[in-house]
Design a protein around this ligand. Structure first.
Ligand code: ADP
Ligand code: MG
Length: 619
């Protein structure tokens, strides 16, 4: 082996790996260049999720013929002259790496005309090498077309995800810039169709609503605090619009998007007592601070930034959010009746601020077979002889399980089959079942008192049930009461529509209903078919899919995640008091589970209060 300097095109290729990881990286870099060039209108044209074409057209200052040739060289930048400039970067770019990297992995055509000049130039590059340049008639500004990205690095091209996923990434990059530049008009076209046509506006709020669409909810609350360290502005969502998952959450510093789980906590902590566990609000938080106190130069493709005074900014941000929520009358009031509110975290019970909006259908009870608006008649099952006698008391234990449930949980075999024998005699429930305010069931066991958490028990029972249904791949669909139309963000829409087969397999009937709108005609049996509940379930699914993708979790885990989020929805969708016989049924079904003691995510479903513990209470 001899030591040698790599040829330029190879070293460019290696560097390109840092900057251009997928078509969306090209979108980001090109759009940022357009903004740096002072454009007031930017169009992004995409073909095949960027595989075939990423084109960005702006009306910025443009480039001379000389600049057009030079801009593809490594470290060619017009944005930095001296090392001091690095401390106060006002533009997006400054490394002079993006165009060189893009040209290393694609075929690039650049048409540009410098402001004030008569004609423009057309410059072509491929494989990092200058191809040709000619004079051309074109409007002032720059038009860069990036074709066949990764054509020369097949391994990378192969590594690209599905079209929907790649396009979703493009949408995210697009939104991240559009959301900070309301004064710039943005267009996004995909395969000839207009996805966004955002007009110039002077108000950020309008831009946010246009970009994020109806999925956002109705209210956005102003955020505004100015300290010597940082200026905080932007908008936060009404607590009642909070939802599960995390889209519509944006941080920007000095006009640049960034990610921060630390600051995320600063915001969500202020909502702690206002939204149910697992829900989080939308937010659009814009920070402004001295550029020299932020380090954005960590990695070209990363979205983390370093702040000099993170803990202080955390406190300011948290206070700002609390203040805005306070101003908008989300102030503490007296405690309210917890009855019927499923699964509130214990910590939020004191000084509860106001009842969160929880979507549930009070009439729906998945433990009652007659309450499901079954689209398909229940399948006959060997374990359900009472099915033939609909006249029987609704609340008789046998009637509380559907044939499917019986199939899974068993009915007669409950107490002997599965878990109980392993628990030995000391935890075998007696014949006494006392429901307590719909939230707990108390029963006696030999060693004392067994306390069961109703909501969590349901989660466990449903979880095992869904898991089994998924394994059997026998979808059981229940028609929704009315078709439920849900507006999603374009990102969420792509995630969901990416895998409609899998959705069908689990029992969902979801179809496209407009560019980022879906229509839900059916949900898996056991989930509430009521509109609000359906909505929540869909967001649960999106979160599950999102998590699955980023973690590349195995298929089995996706399945478990789906079962677990479905079980949470199902468990949360019922809330009325339960009768003694239902309490018994619940207990029996729980003990028929393979892992009855905890919810799928590890919370306790039950606790035994021993005689000794009881004795201590009344010393
Ligand atoms: P950087 O943005 O870090 O300077 P790039 O490789 O992205 O590096 O761009 C190199 C140079 O090309 C820029 O500094 C700028 O002078 C010029 N340039 C790129 N895109 C445009 C554009 N849309 N309009 C005008 N000039 C541009
Ligand atoms: Mg740049």
């Amino acid at each position: 082996m001899s030591l040698k300097i790599l040829p330029q095109n190879i070293s460019n290729l290696i560097a390109a790996g840092e900057v251009v990881q997928r078509p969306s990286s090209a979108v980001k870099e090109l759009v940022e260049n357009s903004i740096d060039a002072g454009a007031s209108s930017i169009s992004v044209i995409i073909e095949d999720s960027g595989r075939t074409l990423v084109q960005v057209i702006d009306d910025g200052i443009g480039m001379t013929a000389e600049e057009a040739k030079l801009c593809f060289a490594r470290h060619a930048t017009s944005k930095i002259d001296s090392a001091e400039d690095l401390d106060a970067i006002a533009t997006y770019g400054f490394r002079g790496e993006a165009l060189a990297s893009i040209a290393a992995v694609s075929e690039v055509t650049l048409k540009t005309r410098k402001r004030g000049e008569e004609t423009g130039t057309r410059t072509q590059f491929s494989d990092s090498v200058f191809d040709s340049q000619s004079e051309t008639a074109c409007p002032e500004g720059t038009n860069i077309a990036v074709r066949n990205i990764f054509y020369n690095t097949p391994a990378r091209r192969k590594f690209l995800k599905s079209d929907a996923t790649e396009f979703r990434q493009i949408l995210s990059e697009f939104s991240r810039v559009a959301l900070v530049r309301p004064q710039i008009a943005f267009k996004l076209l995909h395969n000839g169709k207009t996805v966004f046509d955002l007009k110039k506006t002077s108000t950020l709020k309008k831009r946010i609503l246009e970009t994020e669409g109806n999925a956002l909810g109705k209210e956005l609350i102003d955020l505004g605090v100015e300290t010597s360290l940082v200026k905080v502005s932007g908008f936060i969502g009404d607590p009642k619009d909070a939802r599960k998952g995390s889209s519509n959450q944006y941080f920007f510093v000095n006009g640049r998007y960034f990610r921060s789980s630390y600051f995320h906590k600063a915001v969500t902590k202020a909502y702690e007592k206002l939204v149910p566990e697992g829900y989080s609000p939308s937010y659009f938080v814009y920070l402004e601070c001295d550029p020299s106190s932020v380090d954005i130069n960590i990695h070209p493709a990363k979205t983390e930034v370093k702040f000099e005074n993170e803990p202080a900014i955390f406190e300011i941000l948290n206070a700002a959010v609390r203040e805005s929520l306070g101003k908008n009358a989300f102030v503490p009031s007296i405690d309210f009746d917890m009855e019927g509110v499923p699964e509130m975290p214990a910590a939020t019970r004191n000084g509860f601020v106001r009842p969160p909006k929880i979507d549930y259908n009070p009439l729906f009870d998945p433990f009652r077979s007659d309450s499901r608006q079954s689209a398909c008649p229940p399948r006959p099952s060997a374990g359900s002889p009472v099915q033939n006698f609909p006249g029987l008391n609704d609340f008789s234990p046998e009637n509380l399980l559907s044939p499917q449930e019986k199939e899974i949980c068993g009915s007669e075999a409950l107490l002997t089959d599965g878990y109980l024998p392993l628990m030995e005699d000391k935890t075998a429930p007696s014949d006494f079942f006392l429901p307590v305010h719909g939230k707990y069931v108390i029963t006696t066991v030999k060693s004392g008192v067994l306390l069961i958490h109703v909501g969590r028990a349901r989660e466990r029972i449903f979880y095992e049930r869904y898991l089994k249904a998924l394994d059997n791949s026998k979808p059981m669909t229940v028609g929704t009461l009315f078709p439920v139309i849900i507006d999603l963000t374009p990102e969420d829409y792509s995630v969901l529509m990416e895998d409609t087969d899998r959705l069908k397999q689990i029992g969902f009937d979801i179809q496209s209903f407009g560019p980022s709108t879906i229509i839900v005609g059916g949900v898996p049996d056991g989930l509430s078919p009521e509109s609000d509940a359906v909505r929540n379930t869909v967001f649960d699914l999106i979160n599950t899919f999102n998590a699955a993708e980023s973690l590349l979790v195995r298929k089995a885990e996706v399945r478990q995640n789906i079962a677990s989020s479905m079980s949470r929805s199902a468990a949360g969708s019922t809330s009325r008091r339960i009768s003694a016989s239902e309490a018994r049924m619940l207990t029996e079904s729980l003990f028929a589970c393979t892992e009855p003691e905890r919810t799928p995510d590890g919370r306790k479903t039950m606790e035994i209060l021993s005689m000794e513990a009881l004795d201590k209470i009344l010393v």
